[in-house]
Structures are given as C-alpha cells and as structure tokens.
Design a protein around this ligand. Structure first.
Ligand code: NAP
Length: 340
C-alpha cells in the first residue's frame, strides 16, 4: 500500500528537509500551507522538490478543513510542523499563538481519533517548554517551566498528545526538539539574523547589526539531522516522546564569535550590559550593538538537551557539530548576499 505523509507548515524550514527525506524513503508527500501573499514555498524550491509533492491549502486553526483532509487522505503519517514559531512574536500575539500552536493540535488529534485512528502522528514540541526548569541538562523527565506564550502553547499541545495517546491509544509522539538551524532558517531567528547580518556587513551591504541578550545559551543542532529523528520517532513500535539535541550549548556571543572567526574579521568586544558592542578593528566601527527591543519580557538563559533516550532507543545521534553548522550557514549567506 502507498505510504502517505501529510506535513502541515510545508513552507517552513523543518518541513522542507522532512519532505525531502520522506520522498527519498518512497513516501507520497502532501504538504499543507495557509494562504499567503508571500512566496512561502521557496525552501522546497531551493531543495529542488517543489514539483515532487502536492501542496494543499489549510490553516491548522480551521477544524472543518483539517477534518476533511484527515478523512479524505487518511495519511499513514501526519507531521504537525505548522506553528507561530517565533518566540518574540508570541509575546505580541499570545492569543493567536495559543490558537495556532495549542488548540489547533486538538483539531488534528480529534480528527485523527474520529476519522483515521491508524494514522501515526508527530507533534513538534520544543525545548522552550523547559524554560527556567532549574536543571542545567534537560531530558524527558525534566519539569516544564515555560517562559513565553509560545512555550505555554506548545506545552498545552504536548500534554494533549500525551493524553490522546493514553486515552485513545493513538500512535502519537512529541519530539522535544532543541534549537535547530540551517541555511533555510527564517531570517528573524537569531542564528540566521547573525549569519545574514554579518555576511552583509562583511560584503559592505550593511553597517551594523542590533541584537538582544547575547548571554543566553542554546543547544544548536542542524535541522537536517533533526528531521531524521522525527521519522525514527514516529516509526518506533511504541509511541513515546524524545528529547532531540546535541548535548552542548553555546551563548549567542559565542555564536557571533564563531561567525567572526570564519569570516576572518579582526574584532574586539568592548563595554558592558546594554553598552556592550563588537568593534571592527580594521576601521574602528561598531558592527554589533545591543538593543533592549530584542530582549524578551521573560528570558530563558540556558537550554542544553540530554538525548540519551533517543540514542539508546532510536539509535539517533546528531551528525553536525556547532562549528560545521555555523560554517554552512555563513557560506550560504555569503552566496545569498552576493546574488541579491
Ligand atoms: P518555521 O520555519 O517557522 O515554519 C512554521 C510553518 O508553520 C511556516 O511555514 C508557517 O507558514 C506555518 N504556519 C504558521 N501558522 C500557520 C497556520 N495557522 N496554519 C498553517 N500553517 C501555519 O518553523 P520550523 O523551524 O520549521 O519549525 C517547525 C516546527 O517545529 C514548529 O512547530 C516549531 O515551533 C517547532 N520547533 C522548531 C524548533 C527550531 O529550532 N526550528 C525547535 C523546536 C520546535 P508561513 O510560511 O505562512 O508563515
């Protein structure tokens, strides 16, 4: 029988890599995208797969549409990757974020329960749910202490998946993924903002880059490695939740320093707090400064994931380390800036 994978949020970073991966595994892939005036399928194009899958329009908030899709397609696997995924924006639109990231997951779970209970379901949970958990190395047992509307909405979805698995015996899993990046990362996210901003500065197309808290630490992996974990998780015999991470974390400042090293820029950090800045020693100009606007009302200082369970039970380990990831993103952004 034909294996069909349905992926919501097909225009996003993870969906592009996941779709490519599933196509290579012989799946028929159907992606859903909400109506948008922007070209939101450019990532599929950049991977050369835009003609290999079907794209249907659907907003995950629209129960009747989700029900219709689940009833008609009865997918073998359903990956819910759609989300209002930008933490900073979730403080500006908390209610919208809770509807898209939280209640919409119930729309999907209800549809699967009622019309296609054999469908295996994957939910995109996040390390942001740990927030300030009090633990410096988080695993599946670490308590959640969400610190943003994004994180609270994802925690609601996470517990809903757990509940539907226990109450209705659905094959539903949540991947608690730590930050994962790539050249296809949205430009508003801090890693891409830095690689793109510094590439522009390096090529003389931008003067200065403004950032927020450079001391928050994140566990950064490569998106292509992480979509393989999604697949392994949904495939596994017994549905369970897994932490997916690299086990190492770096501050935003360390991320910037790595970019500077790759670009061979001669720089120096000066000042403290909001006055801290990065100076280009070749011309004594400030190339990075701190702007209060980019601080969150409640920050998450330290995320570092323990992926021991995924390694043991799924035989999954990350393949791409921090410096390789940063190098890949800088290289891609230098090419991108030169062409645009
Ligand atoms: P992304 O690039 O921002 O993609 C999210 C996608 O969701 C976008 O294509 C967006 O469409 C779509 N979307 C937003 N609202 C929607 C709605 N109401 N109905 C249908 N689609 C909607 O995010 P990503 O990095 O690929 O992440 C994929 C998933 O993993 C997300 O759920 C995210 O929260 C979660 N996650 C990501 C990370 C990470 O570090 N990347 C870590 C943990 C969890 P538009 O293109 O129209 O905006």
């Amino acid at each position: 029988m034909e294996k069909v994978a349905l992926i919501t949020g097909i225009g996003g970073q993870d969906a592009a890599y996941l779709a490519k991966n599933l196509l290579e595994k012989g799946f028929k892939v159907i992606g859903t995208s909400r109506r948008s005036s922007a070209d939101n399928l450019f990532r599929l194009k950049s991977l050369g797969i835009e003609n290999e899958l079907e794209v249907l329009s659907a907003d995950v908030q629209e129960y009747s549409r989700i029900q219709e899709l689940v009833m008609n397609i009865k997918p073998t696997q359903f990956y819910n990757l759609a989300a209002q995924s930008f933490v900073a924006d979730s403080f500006k639109s908390p209610i919208y974020t809770s509807l898209v990231n939280g209640t919409s997951v119930l729309n999907i779970l209800e549809s699967i329960r009622l019309f296609s209970p054999e469908t295996k379901f994957y939910q995109a949970s996040t390390s942001e749910m740990f927030g300030e958990s009090g633990s410096s190395f988080q695993n599946e047992k670490t308590i959640f202490h969400p610190r943003s509307p994004y994180a609270t909405s994802k925690a609601f979805a996470h517990y809903s998946v757990q509940n539907y698995r226990e109450a209705y015996n659905l094959h539903a899993v949540s991947g608690i993924l730590f930050n994962h990046e790539s050249p296809l990362r949205g430009e508003e996210f801090i890693t891409r903002k830095i690689t793109l901003g510094l590439s522009k500065i390096f090529l003389g197309k931008q003067k200065i880059l403004k950032v927020g808290n450079i001391y928050s630490k994140r566990d950064w992996g490569y998106a292509e490695d992480y979509v393989q974990a999604m697949w392994k998780m949904i495939q596994s015999k017994k549905p369970k939740d897994y932490v997916i991470a690299t086990g190492k974390n770096y501050s935003v400042k360390q991320f910037i320093n790595e970019c500077v090293k790759i670009l061979k820029l001669k720089t120096k950090w000066v000042g403290k707090g909001l006055n801290e800045k990065l100076i280009n020693l070749d011309n004594n100009k400030t190339i990075i400064s701190i702007d209060k606007e980019f601080f969150r009302p409640s920050e998450v200082e330290n995320l570092k994931g323990n992926f021991f369970k995924a390694k043991k039970e799924l035989n999954w380990t990350p393949k791409t380390n921090f410096s390789k990831l940063v190098k890949m993103m800088i290289k891609s952004d230098l090419d991108y800036v030169k062409k645009n």
